[in-house]
Design a protein around this ligand. Structure first.
Ligand SMILES: Cc1cc2nc3c(=O)[nH]c(=O)nc-3n(C[C@H](O)[C@H](O)[C@H](O)COP(=O)(O)OP(=O)(O)OC[C@H]3O[C@@H](n4cnc5c(N)ncnc54)[C@H](O)[C@@H]3O)c2cc1C
Length: 428
């Protein structure tokens, strides 16, 4: 613990993963932290609602157990992770028939020969990509040339069939961007984690992740249902007009609110959205912990998951929970969305879909910061220091991911400690 930090009070605004990670790192360094959260509980974009005994995550999300920040900051054992099968089942056009891709990134040959759409060039491309992404530091992709994810796949040598049938729906789902106009750097970043680890769900839902972090905060640190209306480096003004002073302030809200509170000190990257419908089903349409992808491109659904096949605690005894997700902001009311989703699901799984009951429709317009292949300067993206004693954390400053949010929180705490230490040194 540094002498300077032991004297400091830091306010963190926003108790998503970045705010929680930042608060815990600041506390570990000896600071006193007050963490303000506008909603009723911590977690930000990672929440799990319990409805009629089903655990419904706010949008289909997975934790990759290969994320370095997850290994460093989360107790993965305590989360009781339940893995998906590596690979996917792909709907290619005939009802009830799904092509299997098993572990395509780690064992491309065994996997791709089963798909019957992959050629030897896909095998070579997968091998090349695997060796490239596993070389160097985890942020190495951000120092490589940038293009779109789609152009990168073609440049790597994948066939159009392989891209359209598997890679587009798979990475389209990861990036919430079926056009794959997102930066190739993000494609390479995620590729590594899929090669090195497994996509998983905590046994009791994704919200267990922020819950576990929040449980480590000293009591009195977290103040929920308390919105911060304005910030500066000397403190914050709460929505009720009261003022709370501090030695430093970290804005750990989502990008738009960070821009408002910091007077546009961070870049507006735009957003990727998704619509997810959760269904109560008498039984799973496909057994096993599989991700099910749309290989036809007809939409609106891009991917389907059955979380109760991954962790039975997601559904009450004798029922299954099915998530169907699009990669865009599908328009319409709940009934219209169910009608269009159900039409596609019926085409995939047949009449069993008629017995499915929609439980919840979620429109998440601000799911991930859109990271277009763009001329954003990397330093500007990553800089958490906004000037004076005002700092920022959040996935928009790293990558739109659990790993990115945790990393940015930890990094902001480090930057706060360094700034406070130098300001104490200057005074002494
Ligand atoms: C649908 C969806 C799918 C995703 N899929 C994956 C995935 O599969 N794998 C993966 O790794 N990542 C995924 N992500 C991304 C991941 O969930 C986010 O990157 C991460 O949760 C962002 O954390 P954060 O702390 O940066 O921001 P947030 O979680 O947005 O936290 C910001 C917090 O600030 C609070 N706040 C805002 N304004 C104020 C204010 N004025 N005063 C006080 N509090 C305020 C908010 O209420 C919120 O709690 C997904 C996200 C979504 C939405």
């Amino acid at each position: 613990m540094s002498e300077s930090s032991s004297r400091s009070h830091v306010i963190v605004v926003g108790a998503g993963l970045s705010g929680l990670a930042c608060s815990l790192a600041l506390i570990a360094d000896g600071n006193r932290v007050t963490l303000f959260e506008s909603s009723d509980r911590p977690g930000g974009r990672i929440k799990t609602d319990i409805v009629d005994g089903f655990r419904i995550d706010r949008g289909f999300q997975v934790l990759l157990d290969s994320y370095p920040e997850a290994k460093a900051q989360l107790d993965l054992k305590a989360l009781q992770l339940r893995p998906f099968e590596p690979g996917a089942r792909i709907f290619t056009g005939s009802t009830g028939r799904f092509a299997s891709v098993t572990d395509p990134l780690r064992r491309p040959w065994e996997s791709l020969k089963g798909l019957r759409v992959a050629s030897s060039r896909d095998l070579v491309a997968a091998w090349r990509m695997n060796s490239l992404v596993r070389t160097g530091a985890h942020d190495a992709p951000f120092n490589r040339p940038e293009t779109t994810a789609l152009a990168r796949l073609y440049a790597a040598g994948f066939s159009a069939t392989m891209i359209e049938t598997f890679l587009r729906p798979f990475y389209g789902g990861v990036l919430l961007d079926r056009s794959l106009s997102t930066s190739s750097r993000l494609l390479e970043y995620y590729w590594r984690y899929f090669v090195e680890g497994r996509a998983s769900l905590p046994r009791l839902g994704m919200e267990e992740i922020p819950k576990h972090l929040a449980a480590k905060l000293p009591s009195g640190t977290l103040r929920c249902s308390t919105r911060v209306a304005a910030t500066d480096g000397n403190g914050v003004t709460l929505a009720d007009g009261s003022r709370v002073v501090a030695d430093a302030v970290v804005i750990a809200t989502e990008m738009d609110e960070c821009r408002r509170l910091s007077h546009d000190a961070v870049i507006d990257q735009g957003w990727r959205g998704t619509v997810m419908l959760a269904y109560d089903a008498p039984r799973a349409p496909i057994t096993g912990a599989w991700l099910i992808l749309d290989g036809t491109g007809k939409g609106p659904i891009n991917h389907v998951a059955v979380p109760s096949e991954v962790s039975p605690d997601y559904a009450p005894e004798g029922r299954s929970l099915v998530y169907a997700s699009s990669c865009d902001n599908t328009e319409g009311d709940d009934v219209a969305i169910d009608t269009s989703f159900r039409g596609q699901l019926r085409c995939w799984f047949g009449e069993i879909v008629d017995a499915w009951r929609p439980i919840r429709t979620m429109r998440i317009r601000r799911a991930l910061p859109a990271r277009y292949a763009s001329p954003f300067p990397r330093d500007a993206q990553l800089n958490s220091h906004l000037g004076g004693n005002l700092f920022a954390a959040g996935d928009h400053l790293e990558t739109g991911s659990i790993n990115g949010a945790l990393a940015s929180g930890r990094r902001a705490a480090k930057d706060v400690a360094a700034a406070l230490a130098s300001s104490y040194e200057a005074r002494e």
